[in-house]
Ligand binder design. Structure first.
Ligand code: SF4
Length: 56
């Protein structure tokens, strides 16, 4: 299991600094979560201003 970022992402970057395992990176159209690295803590989802992050 991992968290995922939907296409609603506005690329604000708020989530990236919150991830304790550095699983979030900036993709071409939106930020992305590496599912192999994500430990499902939910820290990123809590700070997303447009609620684009959810559990897979
Ligand atoms: Fe990182 Fe936690 Fe979000 Fe997974 S759920 S991407 S570990 S902040």
């Amino acid at each position: 299991m991992a968290h995922i970022i939907s296409e609603e992402c506005i690329k604000c970057g708020a989530c990236q600094g919150e991830c304790p395992v550095d699983a979030i990176s900036e993709g071409e159209d939106q930020f992305e979560i590496d599912s192999d690295t994500c430990i499902d803590c939910g820290a990123c989802a809590a700070v997303c201003p447009v609620d684009a992050i959810s559990e897979e």
